[in-house]
Design a protein around this ligand. Structure first.
Ligand SMILES: *Cc1c(COP(=O)(O)O)cnc(C)c1O
Length: 394
């Protein structure tokens, strides 16, 4: 079996599992209690906060633990919106291919009278700096742009986008869920005011994440209750999960450059091999992308069928298309980079990691080639394309 869906989730590392198991036992006390069992939990919690802060260039008090990336995105955006509204600023800039945790939060703000500008991500999946600068207005209160896209893996020039926001005195948030632990992330170098992360995308546990908020920025809590997280996020802390997240992030950051080199080489082999399939195209820039991300469109087939047949061959992958997500529309990300519906339906996302071998890469290329050829052999769309009744796009 080959797991090539690391953008959906990653397997927990051994060290993270060991930490979590050990701490379920050792830190069962409530971190808010004053007696020793509680204080042990508190110490572990604060150590994790310090470790995570150090790994991204932040201060411990700037880290708020959350239930994951979605909650962190919601909290960042709603906090900035509240600050903005108090000054009469109700304009937010984002991009057309953000994660739904961002886009759906923005939709909600629209109902509250906010105006949203979504920047074009172009055919290569990269935002243009001058277009951001042009979009900033007197009443802009937030720019939220993802660090790296979860479907096509393209990496944005975050540091320069952050610089522009700084110059115009606008808060800058980035959803770094796909980036952190995979490419270098540092809140100072990247000029960000807020940053979201999720443990299960870097070999940590699910249901745990964090939000970095630069000191001095007022945070709105989404969950009301006790005084945990300095009143910014109520609820008894998941100490074993949080500590396992810190361990996973430390491992990921320490092996980052080695993994980057190794994984991106395999990614490039996959891209080269799959490009040989006729009427196919890579989605997103070939180089400005996450080391493990490969995303292709194959004309004349359905991504759904492609996934099922690959699963039969022992390959676990993903598609931006149709029914997997329960909707008939193709991926908003592929539409945002200008793929037409028919083509976007035939997409395949392979997200590999440091455990993917050269043999796996070869096997995947061969399997995809076979499955695409097979599916095309009885596809009515493909027949029309070959007969010239329809124009090839790719
Ligand atoms: C996975 C993901 C999220 C959501 O994180 P959860 O921890 O699953 O809530 C948000 N943004 C991006 C880019 C993601 O890939």
């Amino acid at each position: 079996m080959i797991y090539a869906d690391n953008a959906a989730t990653t397997k927990m590392s051994k060290a993270a599992i060991d930490t979590m198991f050990r701490l379920v036992n050792d830190t069962w006390g409530n971190a808010s209690s004053l007696y020793s069992v509680g204080q042990t939990s508190k110490e572990v919690l604060e150590q994790a906060r310090e470790d995570i802060a150090n790994l991204i260039g932040a201060e411990p008090k700037e880290i708020i633990f959350t239930s994951g990336g979605s909650e962190a995105d919601n909290q960042a955006i709603l906090s900035a919106a509240k600050i903005g509204a108090s000054k009469g600023k109700k304009h937010i800039i984002s991009s057309a291919f953000e994660h739904h945790a961002v886009l759906h939060t923005l939709e909600r703000l629209k109902e509250d009278g906010f105006e949203i500008t979504l920047l074009d991500v172009h055919e290569d999946g990269i935002i243009r700096e001058d277009e951001l600068e042009d979009a900033i207005r007197e009443d802009t209160c937030l720019v939220t742009i993802m660090y790296a896209n979860n479907e096509i893996g393209t990496v944005q020039p975050i540091s320069r986008l952050g610089e522009i926001c700084k110059k115009h005195n606008v808060l800058f948030h980035t959803d770094a869920v796909q980036a952190i632990g995979h490419i270098p992330v540092n809140v100072n170098d990247d000029n960000v005011d807020m940053l979201s992360a999720s443990a299960h995308k870097f070999h940590g546990p699910k249901g745990v994440g964090f939000l970095y908020v630069k000191k001095g920025i007022r945070v709105t809590n989404l969950i009301n209750g006790g005084a945990q997280e300095k009143g910014r996020r109520a609820g008894t802390e998941n100490v074993p999960g949080i500590a396992a997240m810190a361990v996973a992030l430390k491992e990921a950051v320490e092996s980052l450059s080695e993994n980057y080199e190794n994984v991106s080489k395999k990614r490039d082999c996959l891209i080269e091999g799959l490009s040989k399939i006729e009427h196919s195209a890579l989605n997103g820039d070939a180089k400005k992308r996450l080391p493990g991300n490969v995303n292709f469109c194959f004309e004349g087939i359905e991504g759904e069928s492609l996934l099922l047949l690959l699963d039969d061959k022992g390959i676990m992958a993903s598609s931006g298309s149709a029914c997997t997500s329960g909707s008939l529309d193709p991926s908003h990300v592929l539409l945002a980079i200008g793929r037409v519906h028919d083509v976007a339906h035939g997409s395949l996302r392979l997200t590999i990691n440091e455990e993917t071998t050269d043999e796996d890469v070869e096997y995947i290329i061969k399997a995809v080639d076979e499955v695409v050829t097979y599916l095309r052999s009885f596809s009515p769309i493909w027949r029309d394309l070959v007969a010239g009744k329809k124009q090839f796009i790719l």
